[in-house]
Design a protein around this ligand. Structure first.
Ligand code: ADP
Ligand code: ZN
Length: 785
């Protein structure tokens, strides 16, 4: 029995235990007594504890232990005891538990839920591993072979096959060796292992598949002076405690090369390097390059495309200290690198919004990475060609971070010339009345580039075929909207059977509901027309303009609809890299991180897609997108050219991105943000109240806003106006209803992260702010829709 029997036991140790579904009132978990048999219990260990009135046994993680006499002990008579240790999964490193406490407090999320999000599900259950055997000739295999008593023909075939392979292809997957040597079983190989002639090593399937991508012989180039000074400065910080660095380097400046040298430094110092990249499925090239540079090093890769068993295995590899290079997307920031091991944290493309998680805990991977480095006492390096204004502000205004700059592209490469094309102007040049998405300038450049053997990227950051579905008669004015959301429906096409007309359907991009494309207007019975922008329509127009481009063969479309998984994306990029595909048309998936020397033209169909959104980061996003996608060309011997179509050629975000002038853009944008009291000058938090009843959503939001305003008033006593917490709202979210739920928001602004954190914590402990299904709290939000 776990219940405390009063009087007959003294409690020496208390443990605060985070249970996944525990209430929010206890940010550090629930307090339990620790029985003498578990006196060595430590933070990070998994335990079973009784919960609730029925004492249902549940699993939890020890957040911290406290000597019973060090604190006013909670009434001992009512304390329950920790039942036992649970499972065989390794404990979490104490620094990760610390990190969880910080996330829980800062991002307003119960610590149990935070910890649950940090550990992969399979680890919680301790299931399955996935490995493959890799075989190589042992060193001194010839002598071992000479000494062997009997060597079968099959064993000789295996040795022969290994020997015939170029050294770079070994170790080889056992299955492949069996195929090459014509073996029916593994037995001959096992015997060779026993005889010391070959070696066998187990590697994770994840690592195996990435190794297969190996970029051949990536020779280490000589660093430029600028690269060297960054490597020296940040490298000197490895092993010297926490420090924060921003690497601002134009696209193609050789930032990846800098990362690789720094990883080397950390490994040489006997430490582990943790590298974060935006959603890894989207940057297969970076992964391949890193692996190629460290062929002898075991690498753990953590991303959302892994199966539960694979994730579990990667987690265990890291936690046991067997791998010292860890790479992955957002959640890899929780890799269980043992305490004291971390040598450097690198965040590539730190501006990327995929670092922000959009469900609880709503953390920002970049900011958590900084905190993690702080706890581990190691340097953190953020890198980007278009730093977020937050990071730029930290480096230039607050001087909280060292700034390193690479102004020029790597030797032999030039920045592309970017031409901004006024699309209103272009339209006047069309001889016919049809609606075109590619103007004469861009269409002509595509033709010339294809004719002269170059490759082309065409970007339109909007999925589907067309974003308006309307009555063909303008006087009627019917426009198709989602029944469940405050948003228009988007027309999509299905891949057409050869030659046939493409089938069309409609989809809502917010609730994902789908319907047939109506045949007639429900209001007046006349026909339907679809218009507006969509990447599928661009694909169709390219086929019409350039008959030599064959969809699925010499032309590929890359977006969330055409790419089912990371494998598809790898495959598509492989075909592009080999030159089989001449043109890629896609959404922002093609704007990131790709490095293909054959790309001579980049076209942006419409740079304005994000510019007019009601979000204060609209200009920043537009600048990033235009700079990043233009940066994909000019990575070979030929200078590249980018053509940007826009209706707003004078918008600073577009004009300055074309001029490769991040610093002027950042200066202007920061000025504006200061004027309006927006981040990064202030810290923002947003509470979104959701309810199926519009009225209840408004009422609840109103009372929340009142309570928060009152709390702010109390907090502001004795402070100067600059130090004030400001609460505004409620007002309807820009998308006022999603999936049948009405959405109202309340906004909070604070001068610093610390003051915002303090305010939110007290609002939470007073019960004013109860994050959950009905109220979403987003601290430092990146999406304001
Ligand atoms: P970034 O990450 O800044 O966009 P990359 O690291 O992809 O830039 O570098 C662009 C190209 O330049 C790559 O092909 C890389 O191998 C090459 N490169 C990087 N540094 C050097 C150097 N010092 N000398 C020659 N080539 C380099
Ligand atoms: Zn919808």
């Amino acid at each position: 029995m776990s219940l405390f029997a009063p009087g007959d036991r003294t409690v020496a140790l208390l443990a605060q235990v985070a249970v996944e579904r525990s209430v929010d009132r206890y940010p550090d978990g629930l307090t339990y007594a620790v029985p003498a048999t578990l006196a060595d219990l430590r933070a990070g260990e998994r335990v079973r504890v009784p919960l609730g009135r029925g004492d249902t046994p549940v699993e939890g993680i020890v957040v911290r232990t406290i000597a019973a006499d060090s604190e006013p002990a909670p009434s001992a008579a009512r304390l329950k005891f920790v039942e036992s240790r649970s499972g065989d999964a390794p404990p979490m490193p104490a620094q990760l538990v610390e990190l969880a406490r910080w996330i829980s407090a800062y991002y307003v999320c119960p610590v149990g839920m935070t910890l649950a999000a940090m550990t992969p599900a399979a680890v919680k259950r301790g299931t399955g591993t996935v490995t493959r055997a890799f075989v190589d000739l042992a060193s001194g295999w010839e002598a071992a072979l000479a000494a062997a008593k009997r060597v079968s023909a099959q064993q000789r075939a295996a040795i022969g096959a290994l020997h015939a392979m170029p050294a770079g292809d070994r170790p080889v997957d056992l299955r492949e060796l069996r195929e090459r040597a014509g073996l029916g079983t593994d037995e001959p190989v096992k015997r060779l292992v026993a005889a010391g002639i070959v070696t066998i090593e187990r590697r994770s399937t994840v690592e195996a598949s990435w190794r297969a991508e190996r970029v051949l012989a990536d020779a280490e180039p000589e660093l430029t002076t600028a690269q060297r000074s960054v490597v020296d400065a940040v490298g000197a910080a490895v092993g010297a405690g926490f420090s924060q660095h921003l690497l601002f380097g134009v696209t193609g400046a050789g930032k990846t090369e800098v990362y690789m040298r720094l990883i080397r430094r950390a490994l040489d110092a006997g430490r582990t390097a943790l590298v974060l990249v935006p959603e890894i499925a989207l940057t297969p090239q970076t992964g391949g390059r890193l692996l190629a540079r460290f062929p002898g090093e075991r690498v753990a890769i953590l991303h959302s495309g892994l199966t539960a068993a694979q994730r579990n295995q990667q987690w265990n590899l890291v936690s046991s200290g067997q791998v010292r290079l860890v790479m992955g997307a957002r959640s890899a920031v929780f890799a269980p690198v043992p305490d004291g091991q971390l040598g450097i944290v690198i965040v590539d493309e730190e501006h990327d919004s995929s670092y922000k998680q959009d469900q609880m805990p709503r953390y920002h991977g970049r900011d958590v990475a900084i905190r993690r480095a702080q706890l581990a006492g190691c340097p953190v390096l953020l890198g980007s060609a278009t730093p977020s204004l937050e990071s730029w502000f930290n480096a230039t205004e607050r001087k909280a971070s060292a700034l390193h700059v690479l102004r020029e592209r790597a030797p032999g490469l030039r920045l592309p010339s970017v031409q901004v094309v006024d699309f209103a102007e272009e339209r006047r040049r069309f001889p016919d009345q049809r609606v075109h998405l590619l103007g004469p300038t861009l269409a002509g450049a595509v033709q010339t580039t294809l004719d002269t053997g170059g490759q082309v990227l065409i970007l339109l950051n909007r999925r589907g075929y067309a974003n308006y579905i309307a009555c063909a008669d303008a006087r009627c004015g019917w426009l198709m909207r989602c029944d469940r959301c405050d948003a228009g429906m988007i027309c999509h096409t299905l891949p057409s059977p050869a030659g046939g007309a493409a089938a069309r359907y409609v989809r809502c991009h917010h609730c994902q509901s789908e319907q047939r494309l109506p045949r007639e207007c429900p209001q007046c019975g006349r026909g339907i027309t679809v218009f507006g922008l969509g990447v599928q329509r661009v694909e169709e127009e390219l086929t019409r303009l350039h008959p030599a481009l064959v969809p699925g063969s010499t032309m590929l479309r890359i977006d969330a609809d055409s790419m089912q998984d990371a494998e598809d994306f790898h495959d598509a990029l492989g075909r592009f890299g080999r030159g089989e595909v001449r043109l890629l048309v896609g959404t922002q998936m093609i704007a990131k991180g790709l490095d293909f020397p054959g790309v001579r033209l980049v076209g942006v169909v419409n740079a304005d897609t994000a510019l007019n959104l009601p979000d204060f980061r609209a200009a920043e996003r537009t600048f990033q997108l235009v700079s990043q996608v233009s940066g994909r060309c000019g990575r070979g011997a030929d200078a590249g050219r980018a053509i940007v179509q826009t209706f707003q050629p004078d918008a600073p975000a577009i004009r300055l991105a074309a001029a490769h002038d991040f610093e002027s853009f950042a200066a202007g944008e920061l000025d504006m943000r200061r004027k309006f009291g927006l981040p990064p000058w202030k810290r923002m938090a947003r509470a979104v109240v959701r309810d199926e009843s519009e009225e209840r959503a408004r009422e609840d939001a109103e009372s929340l806003a009142r309570a928060l305003a009152a709390a702010a008033e109390r907090a502001n006593v004795g402070r100067t106006p600059e130090e004030h917490i400001q609460v505004s709202g409620p007002f309807p979210c820009p998308i006022a209803r999603i999936a049948d739920r009405w959405r109202m928001q309340v906004e909070m602004m604070a001068p610093t992260a610390a003051s915002l954190g303090k305010f939110l914590t007290s609002a939470r402990n007073e019960g004013t702010l109860r994050p959950g299904e009905a109220v979403a709290v987003d601290v430092d939000p990146v999406a304001l829709m």
